[in-house]
Write a protein that binds this ligand. Structure first.
Ligand SMILES: Cc1ncc(C[n+]2csc(CCOP(=O)(O)OP(=O)(O)O)c2C)c(N)n1
Length: 307
């Protein structure tokens, strides 16, 4: 979570300095969801991170250096400078690169998990989606299909109260999004999306059960988008009181307090983690900055499949 927070804070600054090609969309304030669930997976599991899931990439082995290479459009980065944004992944580590069409990746994970299981690999999948994207047809199709075929996919809704400027009240009429689980005949649970420790325990238990007895689960995580949709958005439409309520429940603060209360990690150890992550971010940024942009002569390479 510290790695993601500090990386994204640096990216925000770079964006406002005009050093990023394209937009910056952060998961600041939502780090617990990706971190807690992705750390709960096994080595052969599949993940489909969405816009605000840098913690999933990091938890599944991507380096801070590679993330800076991606955002700075370096030839050495995960998309070799073809994309300067969230469309990166690492299939070798079971992480799909997202495409922009929200909802589309849910079926991809479902199919990927089914394929692995047919080959005798006991994989489970975790797919992430925002509250707004639950209104897509793809969401419905993927959940229904996964339920009918008992595909062990944890569908994680990050309910951060807004889809761009559209509030939940204009997005859905059910009391909670998890209510939809019954319609698909699957288990649905609600969790505090800012409590990394509690969520990690829940995710470990859920994934272990799903691996044992394959079936999908819908998990709605309560959280809040703490910045604009992207850095171009000042989010003036967000009620101040709402933002303040969640600022007081910052996931890093909750993790620090929770782990200290359990005697698992004292304040000094937590501070050391922050310091180490800051050093990693500084070094990663400096190295990526020194690396080359792609050679224009290679523009179509890796974009089209070789015939
Ligand atoms: C199918 C589809 N419709 C619209 C968009 C444009 N779009 C990109 S992000 C976004 C808001 C998504 O809101 P939500 O799913 O709640 O996720 P959040 O941004 O809050 O994390 C929209 C409308 C898109 N990428 N794909």
């Amino acid at each position: 979570m510290w790695r993601a927070r500090l990386t994204e804070e640096r990216l925000v600054r770079l964006y406002h300095q005009g050093r990023i090609f394209g937009g910056v969309y952060t998961g600041i304030g939502q780090e617990a969801i990706g971190a807690a669930t992705a750390c709960a997976g096994g080595p052969d599991d599949l993940f489909a991170p969405c816009i605000r899931n840098m913690t999933v990439h990091l938890a599944r082995g991507m380096s801070v250096l590679d993330i800076f290479r991606q955002y700075l459009g370096r030839a050495t980065g995960p998309t070799r400078g073809r994309d300067g944004n969230v469309h990166y992944g690492n299939l070798a580590n079971g992480v799909y690169a997202m495409i922009s069409h929200l909802g589309a990746m849910l079926s991809v994970v479902t199919g990927g998990v089914m394929a692995r299981r047919r080959l005798g690999r006991p994989a489970v999948g975790v797919a992430y989606i925002g509250d707004g994207a639950t209104s897509t047809g793809d969401f419905h199709e993927a959940l229904n299909f996964a339920s009918v075929f008992d595909a062990p996919v944890l569908f994680v809704i990050e309910n951060n109260k807004f889809a761009y400027s559209t509030p939940s009240s204009s997005q859905y009429r059910c009391a909670r999004l998890v209510d939809r689980a019954a319609g698909y005949g699957m288990e649905g649970l609600v969790a505090d999306g800012n409590d990394a420790v509690g969520l990690h325990r829940l995710a470990r238990e859920l994934l272990a059960r799903m691996r044992e007895k394959p079936r999908p689960v819908l998990l709605e995580c309560d959280t809040m988008r703490m910045r604009g949709h992207g850095e171009h958005d000042d989010c003036s439409y967000v009620p101040k009181e709402l933002a303040e309520r969640y600022a007081a429940r910052d996931p890093l603060r909750l993790a620090r307090e929770g782990l200290a209360a359990e005697g698992a990690l004292d304040a000094a150890a937590f501070d050391r983690i922050e310091k180490d992550c800051q050093a990693e971010v500084d070094a990663g940024y400096q190295q990526a900055l020194a690396e080359p942009a792609p050679d224009p002569a290679t523009l179509t390479r890796g974009v089209y499949a070789d015939a």
